[in-house]
Design a protein around this ligand. Structure first.
Ligand SMILES: NC(=O)c1ccc[n+]([C@@H]2O[C@H](COP(=O)([O-])OP(=O)(O)OC[C@H]3O[C@@H](n4cnc5c(N)ncnc54)[C@H](OP(=O)(O)O)[C@@H]3O)[C@@H](O)[C@H]2O)c1
Length: 347
């Protein structure tokens, strides 16, 4: 630990608001010196943004978010102190911070992570690529295999094949021998096809629920992953027509933009919970709340190491330019992960 400085640079969320107001770049944040059992200290090389980061900045009151707190949760780096866990100083890793009380966030030069939230970074994946894996690949993995229980030979419909979650879901589904039908806008057709989708639908050209209802696949989809966060309810409300009985409709979480979405949200909740004879939908609806597990992290590590799943990057920004990275992710048009290089010298 002798080469570890006592203070570090970090992007801290200091108040509620858009990133330009909520974030402060500090140069004197103490580097943690005491690690709790099972926690590891990592020198961060790169961090990645997720939409939930700026959404929580805007929505959550300070006391709920425990501010000030270091921003974001995904990173890649090198273990500095393995603290008696299976990790050793010098190990190249990627992973996810869990925030307080298990540490802080990812946008700092040093971060503390529970040991099960790390995976080894294989040599074929650079730190900037690896930084963007954790949240979205875990979400995709757990949605497909833990929530929807999809198996080889089955077919999944992925709404939002060009979201980072959707793009990892396509690759993971193909790696496990599933057939994939995915949506995106026309500009992302090539990207979604390159990820491995067998069939592409341009969601801007059709009313998706109506299109699938009048052209249902035969047999019906074995699972649906709604990887955009739509608050609109139609895709689920019509799903009996194209989702097999027993198939699960997994959502990454419907995300209201404001009070104007309250009506749609209420309708969705009604369809999910009401009995069928009273307007409910006879298909299981499930919202994904991923939880990192060592065996899933290891499985993902192996899939990346074998080249069966490839990292996806939209853009890379310097540490000092993190606000520009937020501008990019907030366009909702990123194709792949938006990365911030914490160490300017890494690939
Ligand atoms: N539950 C969880 O634990 C969890 C974890 C991670 C993420 N999420 C949520 O999952 C969603 C996706 O996150 P992400 O990081 O993967 O997003 P992202 O990569 O930032 O998404 C950007 C992409 O979304 C596509 N898109 C935008 N609107 C669309 C629509 N109506 N239909 C289809 N595609 C659309 C855009 O493609 P086009 O330009 O082609 O439209 C763009 O390529 C977010 O709502 C996020 O908050 C939830």
């Amino acid at each position: 630990m002798s080469s570890v400085p006592s203070t570090q640079r970090a992007w801290r969320v200091v108040t509620r608001g858009p990133p330009s107001k909520a974030l402060k770049f500090v140069t004197d944040l103490p580097v943690p010196t005491k690690l709790e059992s099972g926690h590891v200290l990592v020198k961060v090389e790169a961090a990645a943004l997720n939409p939930i980061g700026y959404k929580l900045m805007k929505w959550l009151p300070n006391f709920v978010a425990r501010r000030p707190i270091t921003a974001e949760q995904d990173l890649a780096g090198t273990v500095v102190d393995g603290n008696g866990t299976r990790w050793k100083a010098g190990d190249a890793v990627w992973g996810i911070t869990l925030g307080k009380p298990h540490g802080e966030g990812a946008m700092s030069e040093y971060a503390v992570l529970p040991q099960h939230c790390l995976a080894g970074r294989p040599p074929n994946v650079t730190p900037t690529q690896a930084a963007g894996i954790a949240t979205t690949a875990l979400t995709a993995y757990e949605a497909l295999f833990d929530s929807a229980h999809l198996k080889e030979g089955q077919t999944v419909f992925i709404n939002g094949g060009s979201t980072a979650v959707g793009a990892y879901a396509i690759q993971l589904a193909k790696a496990r021998g599933l057939r994939v039908v995915a949506t995106a806008s026309e500009r992302n057709r090539e990207f979604v096809t390159k990820m491995g989708a067998d069939e592409f639908i341009d969601y801007t050209k059709v009313d998706l629920a109506a299109h699938l209802s009048s052209n249902p696949p035969s047999p019906k989809f074995d699972g649906v992953l709604e990887a955009v966060g739509l608050i609109g309810n139609d895709l689920y409300a019509q799903s009996e027509k194209y989702l097999a009985p027993g198939g699960v409709f997994v959502s990454v979480g419907p995300q209201p933009e404001g009070l104007s979405d309250a009506g749609k949200f209420t309708k969705l909740l009604y369809n999910i919970s009401a009995p069928r004879w009273f307007g409910g939908i006879n298909r299981k609806w499930s919202v994904l709340a991923f939880s990192p597990r060592e065996e899933v992290m290891t499985d993902l590590h192996n899939l990346f190491a074998e080249g069966k799943v490839k990292p996806i990057i939209d853009s890379v920004y310097a540490f000092e330019d993190a606000l520009k990275a937020y501008d990019r992710i907030m366009t909702k048009r990123a194709t792949g992960k938006v990365i911030v290089k914490v160490d300017p010298n890494v690939e």
